[in-house]
Design a binder for this molecule. Sequence first.
Ligand code: NZQ
Ligand code: ZN
Length: 406
Amino acid sequence: MQLRITNTKHLRIMKDFNYYAPTEVVFGKESEEQVAHLIKKYDGHRVLVHYGGQSAKRSGLLDKICRLLDEGGVFHTELGGVVPNPRLSLVHKGIQLCKEQQIDFILAVGGGSVIDSAKAIAYGVCYEGDVWDFYMRKAEAKACLPVASVLTIPAAGSEMSEASVITNEDGDIKLGYSNNISRPKFAIMNPERTYTLPPYQTAAGVTDMMMHTMERYFTHDGDMDLTTAIAEAVLRTMKDNIFYVLRNPEDYRFRAQIMWGGSVAHNGLTGCGIHDDWATHQLEHELSGMFDVTHGAGLAAIWPSWARYVYKEDVSRFVRFAVNVMDVPNDFADPEGTALRGIEAMERFYHAIGMPINIHELIGREITDDEIKEMVRKCSRNYSSTCGCFKVLQAEDMEKIYQMAK
Ligand code: NZQ
Ligand code: ZN
């Protein structure tokens, strides 16, 4: 067995940080039984129950939540129909409904898309203008209705995060907005509720949570001993457990590891003391905005090309990833070779769990140069901004990465 790489002797100075994770996590079998009590605890009286397409209805979860709210004497009204890559038009509908019904609390029953839509509605109810202003950076939200979730898919980490990502159908523009005031009051997580997830969504979810960790892991700030070790533990745990989950979708033990991993990966813990990157996410948001693909799968299609484009910025970081996360033998005479073998190992992992490793595999056809140019234009905000931190990407870098990922 090879030794893991540690760099304790060469620790860098930890960047100052605020760690703010106010969400109460209620984890376990039957955890949804507490829903009415939790809403009252956080001062909710009139609740919008927000949900997606079919899954929460089909599983009986939605009926159960509504029954529990009735039994707890909590007024509620429902709004379903959130789709993956949630749309602004439904957000507008939700805002109107909340105003008409004097809603004071939003409960999302679903995954990242439902929670993000709930956060957007929550901002919009407390704002005179169009909620899209926040996503366009034209305004900063000062208030927001309280939001909470009953999580059904571990992936986006929105159940503890400050982010919300919404797609405006007018132009297929997918934009995120982050503000601590929208961090959910509580998250109910029952791993049994994830048994019905199809393998593709399970794998895309794990890809997303691993990427939330990797966006923070690939930093120029060097090793932060504890932060780096937590990130590597999250990555290894997800990488190992996914195979058990895919073989045994109804085994609580493995589903529970993955479910908690999704939250830990995106509640800020794996980013304490470092600068984070997020280039792969920004490049991906253009893909899911344009082609309406599953976010996690889009990340898998971009990351290998991003990694090959940037690894020379800090080969040692990629070596550490290869050895400590991907179990690649460390060839001390050839650090670049070790780094590249780590990227290849990640590609093999993506394929093994049914994820694509390029855009062709993702959308099922060759992407055109014009489509790439359009994504670059949007990603660079009309050529006015960069993305990433590990390597700061200009518009021409974005184009090269999309071309490599073709
Ligand atoms: O609509 P239903 O029928 O419920 O089906 C959903 C949906 O089709 C299904 N599903 C959910 N729970 C299920 C289930 N199917 C069977 N059994 C269950 N228990 O899964 C599909 C995907 O759901 P979705 O909510 O879209 O998945 P996810 O949690 O991956 O969310 C993706 C969205 O989150 C954004 C992404 O960009 C994307 O729009 N993100 C949000 C972040 C945040 N707020 O912090 C960060 C992320 O990086 C990400 O960008
Ligand atoms: Zn993500």
